[in-house]
Design a protein around this ligand. Structure first.
Ligand SMILES: [Zn+2]
Length: 514
């Protein structure tokens, strides 16, 4: 089925369906506004889950993890000091989608939607004149896609791009604070009852049985197929191919959000990259382990080194597939009219005895994330080094597409697109508060303030710190990017000043919840 149907053809087609049969989303009649918007550029956001800027060679990592991204960067605007809003999926993705920080949207933990008024402030609502498509491999993101569903024209259910998914309903996310069985059940139920008619129009790969697919892909993934917990398998190739077709066929202009699981753990890279970095002599930086709160500092350096290597090898897979996606979009001409964004939701830690991102320790590798903007027609690279935030994306995209300003956003229009110079010393924040009540003032949290090249990390609350109520770390992230030298002891005055500024900000954001 082509999307190049005229409106008359759409109406004819619709006549073939009786009123109570749901149309698959790409056969819905596009609003007439869509048909009169020729000239408007599409927007496509690609998120690779848990892709740390620290481990990306474009950003200076010692391993060549991203050859494709490096090559494509010659045509991109590259943000070198871009910060996630949090260290894990839920709060960070909510910030990307609403343009506000966790202390404002209040999605601190799984199954916590953003507060009500933001439903009509999401990026999908902001682009309501566009044909809006969303997909995420990561089920946690569906808390928000559910919430913003009225603003989605093509809501692709999570299991659409999984090879196996029915096993999921039974188990699997139990006892895991990163994945919620409750939200999962809700998603499956919605997909089964909600009138999705995709099965009629599946591309080839889903028409063969799951057993055949698993057999077909098995040899390509010696460490096991990519998955979310146990036996829920997917391959990135299929998602890339499927979504490439979706955007080509979609009514224009489209606004698309695609959130891919790799390189999120478990690190199941493609055969071509297994042991790619083995015995390469890479040396990781040994860092202090004096993590004061639960779960910190316990994992051996040897194990961290091994997991880092497997993660780096998984990044190679994500990088290759991004390269293929890019080429596909370019060859089909879609890219000429599309703002393409490459970013992540948070990073990953392999240091200080900490593995992964289920941590309140907001060191750089877990909150500094890639951001690249591919501007239609741009052929030259531009490097932006001032600190930026994931909440800047929404106002920036609205600005470059001629939309209404996002007055509610805590972000700003990024250079080089801002009409006035961006304050290089403006405050950038990250907030981790999963142990905090959703409607309570922040009393159990980690809050980061980045100002210029200084970074203050403020750990609050006895859940994290036991009897110690506060911990403050201060780093010069330009002179000491590995955060080895805590200046809070050497330069306490500077620490106090930044801490007072942060406390004043906390008083402001806590006020509605006191
Ligand atoms: Zn994530």
């Amino acid at each position: 089925v082509s999307n190049n149907l005229s409106r008359r053809d759409f109406l004819k087609l619709v006549g073939l369906f009786s009123g109570n049969i749901a149309l698959p989303p790409f056969l819905r009649i596009p609003p007439s506004s869509l048909l009169t918007q020729a000239g408007k550029k599409n927007v496509l956001i690609v998120v690779f889950d848990a892709l740390s800027a620290y481990n990306v060679s474009l950003y200076g990592y010692g391993r060549e993890t991203t050859p494709n991204i490096n090559r494509l960067a010659e045509r991109a605007i590259i943000y070198h000091n871009n910060f996630a809003a949090c260290s894990w999926t839920v709060p960070s993705t909510a910030s990307l989608m609403t343009g506000v920080l966790p202390w404002t949207h209040r999605a601190f933990n799984v199954n916590q939607p953003v507060i009500d008024y933001l439903v009509t402030k999401s990026v999908f609502h902001a682009f309501r004149d566009y044909y809006r498509i969303a997909y995420s491999h990561n089920p946690l993101v569906y808390t928000f896609l559910d919430q913003f569903q009225k603003d989605l024209d093509d809501y692709i259910p999570v299991q659409q791009l999984f090879i196996t998914f029915d096993e999921l309903t039974q188990t699997i996310f139990r006892n895991d604070d990163d994945i919620s069985s409750v939200s999962w059940q809700r998603i499956i139920k919605k997909a089964l009852n909600g009138g999705y008619s995709y099965s009629l129009f599946l591309s080839g790969f889903l028409n063969i049985s799951r057993a055949e697919q698993l057999a077909k892909w098995k040899d390509s993934f010696p460490r096991g197929l990519p998955n979310i917990r146990a036996d829920n398998f997917f391959v990135l190739e299929q998602a890339i191919d499927y979504l490439g077709v979706q955007v080509k066929q979609s009514p224009k202009p489209f606004f698309a959000y695609f959130h891919f699981m790799p390189p999120h753990e478990p690190y199941k890279t493609h055969r071509d990259f297994v042991d790619y970095f083995k015995n390469d002599g890479f040396q990781s930086v040994e860092k202090p382990r004096d993590i004061p709160f639960a779960g910190g500092g316990k994992i051996t350096s040897k194990y961290l080194y091994k997991m880092r290597r497997e993660y780096d090898e998984y990044i190679l897979y994500a990088d290759r597939e991004f390269g293929r996606f890019f080429k596909n979009l370019e060859d089909s001409g879609v890219l000429e009219d599309t703002w393409l964004i490459l970013t992540s939701d948070h990073g990953e830690l392999f240091e200080r005895g900490i593995l992964g991102h289920n941590t309140s320790a907001l060191y750089q590798p877990v909150i500094r994330i890639p951001l690249m903007i591919f501007e239609p027609g741009r052929t030259r690279r531009m490097d932006i080094r001032i600190p930026t935030s994931t909440v800047d994306l929404l106002p920036t995209l609205l600005h470059v597409t001629g939309g209404q300003p996002a007055n509610w956003s805590e972000g700003t229009v990024l250079p080089p697109f801002a009409d006035t110079p961006v304050d290089t010393n403006r405050n950038i924040y990250a907030i981790e508060a999963r142990n905090n009540g959703q409607r309570d003032p922040l009393t159990n949290a980690t809050v980061v303030l980045v100002k210029g090249h200084m970074k203050l990390t403020y750990y609050i609350g006895d859940e994290q710190l036991g009897t110690r109520q506060e911990r403050v770390e201060l780093y010069d992230i330009e002179a000491d990017p590995e955060e080895l030298n805590n200046l809070n002891t050497d330069k306490p005055k500077l620490g106090w000043e930044l801490l007072n500024e942060l406390k004043a900000k906390l008083a402001e954001v806590n006020a509605p919840y006191l």
